[in-house]
Design a protein around this ligand. Structure first.
Ligand code: ADP
Length: 229
């Protein structure tokens, strides 16, 4: 890759994906590159393939089915990443935080991923302080997740994903369940993560009005293929 322009951080190369028993592919010979540090919004109609595109990158939640083509993270096929590298390099935030929040108390929620990867306690505490500060979560650390508003749950979810310091943050329609104010606050946080921490952001969303001023690129996915980029 020497001498080339900025290295593509993520690349879907000729990706075709069929869910089991479905004849039409959910993604069809799709080519897309996202550079390190970009903020990309994937839009398009429901069923267009946004969620499938994101999940194929995150091995732990990859759908079962037939995959052709390659998906690369910094030039390495995601299937070949070690489980630890795959878990920490790529963070995923889904639409329903309740499906991702697992342990109850906010502080434990933040620690959960790092504990799973066996990270040292001192590092965990340092990162917890940093992340809680960034997200303004200090007052909520000892609260139970059940007591939080939808927007707060989403923030905790995002914060817990960032505890593992991913290079890439995937968000699958994160605004869908939020009221307009909470959605704007979440977007502000995501933009700051992109600007200040240089995290690559790939986010799916069908209402793009609020995103136009924030995103570097808008990609429209229709019937599993790129409609425009
Ligand atoms: P979007 O996120 O843009 O709404 P999806 O990636 O969820 O699109 O869906 C793309 C296509 O794949 C749709 O035709 C959808 O019906 C199909 N699909 C999604 N999930 C499954 C599944 N678990 N089993 C079978 N087909 C699925």
């Amino acid at each position: 890759m020497e001498g080339s322009e900025q290295m593509a951080n993520i690349e879907w190369r000729q990706v075709t994906f069929h869910y089991p028993d479905s004849e039409a592919p959910a993604l069809s010979q799709l080519n897309l590159s996202v550079h390190a540090g970009e903020f990309v919004v994937i839009c398009g109609p429901s069923g267009g393939g946004k969620s499938t595109l994101l999940r194929l990158l995150k091995r732990e939640v990859s759908p079962g089915g037939r995959l052709a083509g390659t998906i690369l993270l910094d030039g390495v096929e995601v299937q070949h990443l070690s489980p630890k590298a795959a878990a920490s390099a790529i963070g995923l935030v889904m639409q329903h935080p309740d499906n991702q929040l697992v342990v109850g108390v906010v502080e434990h929620e933040l620690a959960f991923g790092m504990e799973n990867l066996g990270m040292p306690r001192s590092l965990m505490q340092r990162r917890m302080a940093e992340i809680a500060g960034f997200f303004g979560l200090e007052p909520l650390l000892s609260r139970s997740v059940d007591e939080l508003s939808g927007g707060q749950k989403m923030t905790v979810n995002l914060a817990s994903v960032l505890m593992l310091q991913p290079q890439v943050l995937l968000l699958d329609e994160p605004l869908a369940q939020l009221d307009p104010l909470a959605a704007r606050e979440l977007l502000g946080l995501i933009k700051r993560l992109n600007d200040e921490w240089g995290i690559t952001v790939i986010m799916s969303e069908h209402r793009i009005d609020d995103l136009l001023p924030l995103a570097d690129r808008i990609v429209r996915l229709e019937r599993g293929a790129i409609g425009f980029d």
